[in-house]
Each structure stands twice: as C-alpha cells, then as structure tokens.
Design a protein around this ligand. Structure first.
Ligand SMILES: *Cc1c(COP(=O)(O)O)cnc(C)c1O
Length: 454
C-alpha cells in the first residue's frame, strides 16, 4: 500500500520573520487614496485620528519586506506555521491527474486567517499607548480575531456586529464576549450615525458599511484613547496576511512543487492576497507564469461586475476614497451565507493587479459552493467556512478541467477558515433550502448610483 504524506509541515524554526510588501513590485504605482471631502490625494497624517503611526507607515511603505516584531512572532507561534496539505483523497474522488494543495488557515485559535492581522494591529496600537480598539464584524470572524488579539495585549475591544448576524449567530457573539469584547448590534443607538439610520428605518438589519461607520465614529470621538481597525481591504492588512504565502512557498519548495494555479476566495481580498502575493512576486520579478484566480460570490459580484472607480469603504462616506472595483458603497448584497464575502468593494492592490491582468476574477453561486464543501468535508474531514468553499469550488473545477485535458497541473488554494459556526448554512443546503441569487442589472445600477463622481 502506498504511504501518503498528507501534511507538509514547516519547521517552526523556519517561520518567516518578515511580511512581503507588494507595493515594491507593482507594475505601476497604486492610484493614491483621496480625501473623502476634497477628493484630493490625502496626506497619510490625516489617518492619525483612526490608525496608529506604525500602521499608517506600512500602508504607504514601498519597502519590499517589513520585519515582524518578536512579540508578534511569539503569538504567531501559537498556531503557525500552519499545515500545507496535499488533498490526495480529493484528487482521488475527482479522478484527476491534477495535484491539489491547500494551506490550512482554519487551525488558528479564531478559526480563520484573520488572526494574522488582528495580532499585528493590536500590537502596534498598544505600543503607541492606545487603550482599546473598535471594529465592525459581519459573519463574526473578524470580531472574533480582534477580540482574541485584544485580550492578548490587555486592551478593550468594542465590536459593532451587523444586526442580522447578531441575531442569527448568537454563538459568535458569545465567543467574542468570552474573550472580553463588548459586542453591539449595528445599527445601534450608541452613535450618531446609528441613530440616524434607526430614525430612517427602525427595522434596519444593518450592513458592514453601517457598522464600519459606527466603529469609526466611536474611535474618532474617543480623544485618542481608542483606534479603529479593519480586518481586510487596506494595504497593511494584506501585508500581514503574506505570512500565509511566505510559509506556503517554503512548504511547496520542500516537496519540490510549484503551483500553476493559485486560488483564494475574496471578500475584501486579504486571504487571497496573503497566499497569492508572495507568488505574484515571482510573476512580476522573475517572469514565472501562474494563473491567479480570485473567487467571489455571484450575489456580491464586486470584481466581475463592479465598476473600477474611487469609492468609500463605508456607508456614511467617512473613509478615504480608494480606487477599487465597487458595487457602490450603498449596495446591499443578498443574505448569502458567506457573510465574509458580502462587501461592496475590494482591496486596491487586488483591483490594481486585476487591471494589469495578473489576477483573474471569477464568480460562483452558493449551491455549487456547498456541493464542493460537502465533497471536501467527506474527503478531507474538514468543514470549511462558506467563504473558503468558493476557493474549493474553483479548485475542484480546475482539477476537473485537468481530467478533461489530461494535464497534471499543480493547484494551490487557501482554506481561509473552518465553518463550525456556520452549520445553519450547511443545514439549509442539506435541506435544499439555499437560494441562488443572480443579480439583475437594475439592482447593480442602483448601487452604482452611490459611487461618488471623482
Ligand atoms: C473574512 C473572511 C473571508 C473574506 O475576507 P478576505 O479579506 O477577502 O480574506 C474569507 N474567509 C474567511 C474564513 C473569512 O473569515
């Protein structure tokens, strides 16, 4: 009987000690962020009301590598390096000549990749004397990650949780509270913006954009005691996630493998970028050929059907304007179960590389995603997050294409998290009760109307 080596583990002593900054290798500079009111390029110092200096420096840095402070490395070592796994059993089930590998970020204490940046953000804030952090959360993964990070650095944490998730995911809420966070359903009566929304629509179930506006308002009004944190989209967040791809490269190298295709699901773009950017460096600098597939839900088709334009990150229009793909900051996506992928925009760096034809966006419906999740669970034993299932679906589709053509391509995808708190989504799928949303042009049009004219 053949012995399979499923897990490709990295020696903990070889944990990478620097993040890779793709700004240093972009084919052209990123379009600058603009001031929300004047629409002129914003001075980095204007961000000081909400972010600490170290993170603002990272946001605009062009240094190729930024070393990871020892205190962060020490916390990373609680679960990093994460395993790279060869999905032999999935390959067999698909009867494909393709080799399928995945990076398993679900083994972190928060159950997703988000802790990689939460720990870094809490560290830099605490070092600059900040007592607490505010943020928003949709499905709950980011709020959970930040709650853990704050507890590790002895900081307070206020999480504005989109009201519909607050009601639908009570255990996510309890999880955050267990780590000491204060969790508030958004829209709430604790902020001016929340009150404004509630006056217009007392029944509002909330959105990520509204929750962001509330969390920023609290940080801005805290007189420097609290700062705001974002779990995706911004350059510094994507930077922190590159630890995933840095490890994956060492692990793939250790078994003499190199990917033809790299796949990740995309909400704001951070887990995808985390795996893809260190490999994109090889494409940009060394002329390597890799197909990068960025997968989004058809119900929130930011990259595949959005406009490439400057837009706000939040509903109230308080954030700087970033050049990105956007469905409009007022866009309200249907209530699909991949809550982490229900965002109207995408990271500027990811959008930029799509414009340069380095990254290819692709969208999928949720029933095919759950079909893939179930097959993956049966083969690999892991219940994937609904979000990560988007990457699994496309990895399977690419492997099936190889079966057609007889090509033995090497496929690498990111398993961004587990789905242990998403069983209601699995239940709906198993009961044939999961709708597939194909958005009409009219729905997209009304979102586009909210994109500012710059
Ligand atoms: C938040 C989240 C995502 C989406 O966010 P990105 O910044 O695009 O990575 C994907 N998967 C999981 C498990 C998440 O928690």
């Amino acid at each position: 009987m053949k012995e399979y080596y499923y897990n490709i583990l990295l020696d903990p002593a070889k944990l990478p000690d620097a993040w890779y900054n793709i700004n240093s290798d972009l084919p052209s500079p990123l379009p600058p962020p603009l001031h929300p009111a004047t629409h002129q390029p914003i001075e980095p110092s204007a961000l000081q009301a909400i972010f600490p200096n170290a993170l603002i420096e990272q946001e605009v840095s062009n240094q190729p590598y930024i070393s990871i402070p020892g205190e962060i490395m020490d916390i990373y070592r609680l679960w990093r390096p994460t395993p790279l796994r060869r999905a032999y059993r999935l390959e067999k089930a698909l009867d494909t000549p393709a080799k399928i590998f995945y990076k398993n970020e679900s083994v972190s204490p928060s159950g997703s990749h988000k802790l990689n940046t939460a720990v870094a953000q809490a560290y830099y804030n605490q070092k600059e004397g900040i007592h607490g952090l505010t943020t928003e959360t949709g499905a709950g993964q980011w709020g959970t990650a930040l709650s853990i990070a704050c507890s590790m650095f002895d900081m307070s944490c206020i999480v504005y949780m989109v009201k519909i998730s607050f009601k639908q995911k009570p255990y996510r809420r309890t999880l955050m509270q267990s780590y000491g966070a204060k969790v508030i359903a958004s829209p709430s009566d604790t902020t001016d913006f929340g009150n404004q929304i509630l006056t217009q629509d007392p029944e509002s179930t909330g959105s990520l954009g509204i929750a962001i506006s509330e969390a920023i308002e609290v940080a801005v009004k805290s007189e420097g005691k609290m700062k705001y944190t974002l779990g995706s989209v911004l350059n510094h967040v994507l930077l922190h996630q590159t630890i995933i791809g840095e490890e994956a490269k060492l692990q793939m190298d250790s078994v003499g493998e190199y990917p033809d295709i790299v796949i990740g699901c995309v909400g704001g773009g951070s887990n995808f970028a985390g795996l893809a950017f260190p490999y994109a460096q090889d494409v940009l600098k060394k002329g390597k050929k890799i197909t990068f597939l960025a997968v989004e839900p058809a119900a929130c088709p930011t990259m595949t059907r959005g406009l490439y334009a400057y837009d706000f990150g939040d509903t109230a229009g308080m954030t700087p304007l970033l050049k990105q793909y956007t469905l409009g900051h007022n866009f309200m996506p249907p209530g699909i179960h991949a809550g982490g992928l229900r965002y109207h925009g995408v990271a500027a760096q990811v959008a930029h590389l799509i414009r340069h034809n380095i990254i290819t966006p692709i969208s999928v419906l949720q029933n095919p995603v759950f079909e893939a999740n179930i097959l993956f669970a049966k083969c690999e034993g892991i219940i994937s997050a609904p979000e990560s299932g988007h990457a699994i679906r496309i990895a399977i589709d690419e492997a099936l294409k190889c079966k057609e053509t007889g090509e033995a391509k090497t496929i690498l995808f990111n398993l961004s998290g587990h789905g242990h708190f998403d069983m209601s989504a699995y239940e709906a799928y198993l009961n044939n009760d999961l709708p597939d949303y194909e958005l009409g042009e009219d729905i997209l049009k009304s979102g586009f109307d909210s994109i500012p004219k710059v």
